[in-house]
Design a protein around this ligand. Structure first.
Ligand code: NDP
Length: 240
């Protein structure tokens, strides 16, 4: 019996790439989307459609999903993982950084959800995993705009879970603490970046992205009548 299609946004690095490798090793066909196509293709995974797609471009997300479904059948799991963390203070952070985070982390997640949800509701089956954060549950210094987007992810995810619970569609929030990925590298304030790096080291290092992938696979792998609503995981040494 062929395994069903899994869609992963932001699969060109970090958690998304680790999740793509894990589900591919389990035999799933994949649709991987991100802006860096060469990084998606470099994963070299079988039965995988790689598409250069910006999650803020709703028609492009929709088109990639339709193309993948024509090739591999209906989407059974969407991992809403694409995200940006641009740390800064509200008083002086460039405003376009807020806009980028809101567009990618909040609107991008909604766009990908809309591309798969009607089909899942029709079939009465499917799982959506939204990658939140410990920063979607509590605040951190220099994180104000980012926590705004991640609190939004947690709220939308739980609200969607309630909305579709009776239909058989599952909605899961996976909330990691610090993970060793490229996420921090996009912050433009060098001082904030080095302070964050020092904080991660003082906690004995961050999670390996493979651990987050394993948590996603755990939730997805439960029987269809079980929804793991939320998984919060962080390095043992991370206090906050
Ligand atoms: P990375 O920076 O390594 O990965 C981010 C991914 O998102 C990349 O594949 C990137 O691809 C993609 N992405 C960014 N913008 C867009 C866009 N506009 N359209 C499509 N894809 C996009 O970081 P992580 O793996 O850490 O981040 C993954 C998720 O995990 C994020 O939602 C993040 O908020 C969350 N998270 C991370 C934590 C951490 O400490 N690392 C902690 C808690 C949550 P490309 O640039 O090629 O488009």
């Amino acid at each position: 019996m062929p395994k069903p299609l899994i869609v992963i946004t932001g699969a060109s690095s970090g958690i998304g790439a680790a999740t793509a490798r894990l589900f591919s090793s389990q035999g799933h066909p994949l649709l991987l989307v991100a802006r860096r196509l060469e990084r998606l293709e470099a994963l070299g995974l079988p039965d995988t459609l790689c598409r250069k797609t910006d999650v803020t471009d709703r028609p492009a997300v929709e088109a990639a999903v339709r193309e993948a479904e024509e090739r591999y059948g209906p989407v059974d799991l969407l991992v809403n993982n694409a995200g940006a963390m641009l740390l800064g203070r509200i008083a002086d952070q460039p405003v376009d950084e807020w806009e980028r985070m809101l567009d990618i982390n909040v609107k991008g997640l909604l766009f990908a959800t809309r591309a798969v949800l009607p089909g899942m509701l029709e079939r009465g089956a499917g799982t959506i995993v939204n990658i939140g954060s410990v920063a979607g549950r509590k605040t951190f210094p220099n994180h104000a705009a980012y926590v705004g987007t991640k609190f939004a992810v947690h709220a939308m995810s739980e609200n969607l879970r309630e909305e579709v619970a009776a239909t058989g569609v599952r909605v899961v929030t996976v909330a990691p603490g610090a993970v060793e990925t490229e996420l921090l590298s996009h912050t433009s304030d060098e001082r904030i970046k080095s302070d964050y790096q020092a904080w991660k080291e003082s906690a004995g290092g961050a999670l390996d992205p493979d651990e987050v992938a394993a948590a996603i696979a755990y939730a997805y792998g439960r029987p269809r009548n079980v929804t793991v609503r939320e998984i919060v995981l962080a390095a043992t040494g991370q206090e906050a």
